[in-house]
Design a protein around this ligand. Structure first.
Ligand code: KIV
Length: 281
């Protein structure tokens, strides 16, 4: 595709049974790389609070942070559909949501927003979509509510599973163009993907979803140690970075870098003149 992916293209992928890949991206150079790899949907996730800013949770993330990172990703992306998270409590009322959406989309860029929550936020999703803002929902393990629900798999009993199905239907009815489903049983996610028409993008929600989203640092293996169970490290780039930087550090400290190859020189007569002048002083 030569133009940017739209939400109509996104829906078509589900309709044609074509699984959708989505990855979080937080800056310009990473967006260029994700685009080169052909990933069709980029998420400026509020997980940036943890993996980019070093917080323990996503809760401290501010609207300004999302705008700052959305700007960088927008500059690096040409073809992908860029979705930006609205941060914790920035969409607590319809009025707040409209103000936050306007700021993120006008100042940060991106083509769509993602909001966490079920039927309780359906009126907010409806208001935004009626105003022309494409909205993606986020259900299941919603990290912005982690102090209420914990960081564990959701919807494992009948009541919670039924509620999740109803929430997905409510978010779809409110006008959302897709839903992220995080850490819920795979069978249930598959059922929801069949029950709603819009694409269901899973993270820790099994292979029956219409697509998958993963966090940049997990996919690339940037941090040492283990990634969450629902993540897969497709490379160990972090280890390669440490190795490259160790070589750099070693070569600078032992004087073997830089060499002639990384240097510029001047004409011998000019340098000789300058050197002679210095000696005369
Ligand atoms: O912020 C984020 O990275 C997310 C994904 C985990 C879906 O919302």
């Amino acid at each position: 595709m030569t133009r940017r992916m739209t939400i109509a293209d996104f829906q078509k992928m589900k309709d044609n049974g074509h699984p959708i890949a989505m990855v979080t991206v937080y800056d310009y150079s990473s967006a260029l790389i994700a685009e080169q790899a052909g990933v069709p949907v980029l998420l400026v996730g509020d997980s940036l609070g943890m993996v980019m800013h070093g917080h323990d949770t996503t809760l401290p993330v501010q609207l300004e942070d999302m705008i700052f990172h959305a700007k960088m990703v927008s500059r690096g992306s040409r073809k992908a559909l860029v979705v930006v998270d609205l941060p914790f409590l920035s969409y607590a009322t319809e009025q707040d949501a409209v103000i936050a959406a306007r700021r993120v989309m006008q100042e940060g860029g991106g083509q769509a927003l993602k909001l966490e929550g079920g039927r309780e936020i359906a009126p907010i999703v409806k208001r935004l979509t009626e105003m022309g803002v494409p909205v993606m929902g986020h259900l299941g393990l919603t990290p912005q509510s982690q102090h209420q629900i914990g960081l564990r798999a959701q919807a494992k009993d009948i009541e919670a599973a039924r509620k999740l199905i109803e929430d997905a239907k409510a978010i779809e009815a409110a006008g959302a163009f897709g839903i992220v489903l995080e850490v819920v049983p795979a069978e249930l996610a598959g059922l929801i993907a069949r029950e709603v028409n819009i694409p269901i993008i899973g993270i820790g929600a099994g292979p029956q979803c219409d697509g998958q989203v993963q966090v940049w640092h997990d996919v690339l293996g940037l941090f040492e140690g283990k990634s969450p169970r629902h993540a897969h490290r497709f490379a160990e780039i972090g280890a390669q970075m440490v190795e490259a930087l160790s070589h750099y550090n070693k070569q600078v400290s032992e004087g073997s870098f830089p060499t002639k190859a990384q240097s510029v020189s001047m004409k011998f007569e000019i340098f000789a003149d300058i050197e002679a002048g210095q000696k005369a002083h």
